[in-house]
Design a protein around this ligand. Structure first.
Ligand code: TRP
Length: 450
């Protein structure tokens, strides 16, 4: 589909629902709880919130504005706004990130399919922590089953993108996002009435500053970018569909708020169960898939709630995976003039193959890269390297290269609305964001030692 036939979002609520649909996904409900569990709880949460405020939100505002100025896909945006400059690589880094993220995203979303069927078949009845662990490990290290579901999920994603998603995404998100909130709140209420709920809450909310290390900041930063869908061009692409009337600043704040709220609510659903059923909070990527079935098994009509929960997790994943695939598809069909249909099928197949390798690397076969499984490597590479790299370049681009007047004009809708914190925003772009991300990179490449 060409850029001039993009219809764009039809309403303010639609914009927020779709952008929040991209932001709220597996990152909030699956990734956030286990990353916070691995990184010491409350200390991580406060660093995470600071990263969202000072790095994530400014980059989101910047991405929306750039997309709405250029009105083209993320790669073409930089070609158009910064012709023949180094900044064109931002788009290509975004493409690589999209490929890496989608590869493992499909695997995790595929697990949801399996869990939906398991909950319906009563596999979670009278669950013990050991059995929950076993069910999860058997699934992820299996050969055929997780691959089947991963491929099914990728084709579902491709199917929607194939038939045009703009109206679809918006409509779909407006119904599904509120539903997701309702289910999470029901789960929270159940989790809060568990025996050791307090231990879980204090793990989540007790700010023990002594636990903050450079690695905490590093992980929080990557998680903030991943969760907010920034650093990769998703929000540039969505920005190109937003009408000139919308207020980009408040849109960004609303999306970031909804995204953070869902992450915290997911933490509240999971940690009381983790502490009540003696699951190790640092048990890694399986946390939500092991502890939540435990909660459901103790719940009245638990099978139904379990089923509903994994359907919603799947749907949350789907509204995000579509936004990731769209970044690749929009670029390939515009730049190479290939039909949307061909590009979508081709991309879906290639990403699915990489997803198969991810899935196998979880135990069925030993497929390692840099001492981690292929899947863990892609997960780490994208969030902790590619997204921050994209973000630092966007930040430097906005702080130093791009016409400041044009940018402010876009954010104020031609002077019609106020832009509070303008100075602060530019301070963040020019100094703070590049500084923080550079320090983290230098430390991780062992160039400096703090
Ligand atoms: N934010 C989504 C989540 O939390 C995943 C996602 C969608 C994403 N688009 C992105 C992550 C772009 C990074 C970049 O699950």
């Amino acid at each position: 589909m060409e850029s001039n036939s993009r219809d764009g979002f039809s309403s303010k609520i639609g914009v927020i629902a779709a952008a929040a649909g991209s932001a709220i996904g597996l990152g909030n409900i699956w990734r956030f709880p286990y990353i916070i569990g691995d990184n010491g709880g409350g200390a991580f949460l406060i660093v995470y919130l600071l990263c969202v405020l000072t790095l994530g939100i400014p980059i989101m505002i910047g991405e929306f504005a750039l997309g709405r100025i250029s009105r083209v896909n993320a790669i073409a945006t930089f070609r158009k706004l910064a012709p023949k400059s180094i900044f064109s690589i931002v788009g290509y880094i975004g493409l690589l990130s999209a490929f890496c993220i989608l590869s493992f995203y499909g695997v995790v979303a595929g697990w949801c399919f399996s869990y939906i069927l398991k909950s319906l078949s009563g596999a979670f009845n009278n669950l013990t922590p050991d059995k929950a662990d076993l069910i999860f490990n058997n699934l992820v290290s299996g050969g055929f089953e997780p691959i089947f579901w991963q491929v099914a999920f990728m084709f579902l994603t491709g199917f929607i993108v194939l038939f045009g998603i703009k109206n679809g995404i918006e409509k779909y998100s407006k119904i599904l996002m509120p539903l997701l909130f309702i289910i999470i709140i029901i789960l929270d209420i159940r989790a809060l009435t568990l025996a050791n709920a307090n231990d879980g809450l204090s793990f989540l909310f007790k700010f023990d500053f002594s636990k903050i290390t450079l690695n905490t900041i590093f992980m929080a930063l990557g998680q903030a970018f991943f969760s907010l869908s920034v650093g990769m061009g998703t929000m540039i692409t969505y920005g190109s569909y937003i009408s000139k009337k919308e207020n980009l600043l408040t849109t960004s704040l609303n999306v970031a708020f909804a995204d953070t709220l869902v992450a915290v609510l997911a933490g509240i659903a999971i940690f009381p169960a983790v502490f009540t059923f003696n699951i190790d909070p640092s048990s890694g990527a399986g946390l939500a898939f092991i502890s939540l079935p435990m909660v459901f098994s103790k719940m009245f009509m638990g099978n139904i709630f379990a089923c509903l929960f994994f359907i919603l997790l799947l749907v949350a994943g789907l509204t995000s995976s579509i936004s990731i695939l769209e970044v690749i598809v929009a670029f390939l069909c515009e730049d190479f003039n290939i039909s949307r249909k061909k590009v979508t099928i081709l991309t879906t197949v290639v990403v699915s193959l990489s997803g198969v390798i991810c899935s196998l690397s979880n135990g069925f076969m030993k497929i390692n890269l840099f001492n981690q499984s292929y899947m863990d490597f892609l997960n780490y590479l994208s969030s902790n390297f590619l997204l921050p790299l994209g973000a630092i370049l966007i930040s430097v681009f906005l702080g130093y290269y791009f016409d400041k007047k044009l940018f402010v004009k876009e954010l104020t809708n031609d002077g019609e609305i106020k832009l509070p914190f303008e100075k602060l925003l530019f301070f963040l772009f020019k100094f703070f964001i590049p500084f923080i991300i550079s320090i983290i990179f230098l430390q991780n490449l062992n160039i400096i030692k703090l």
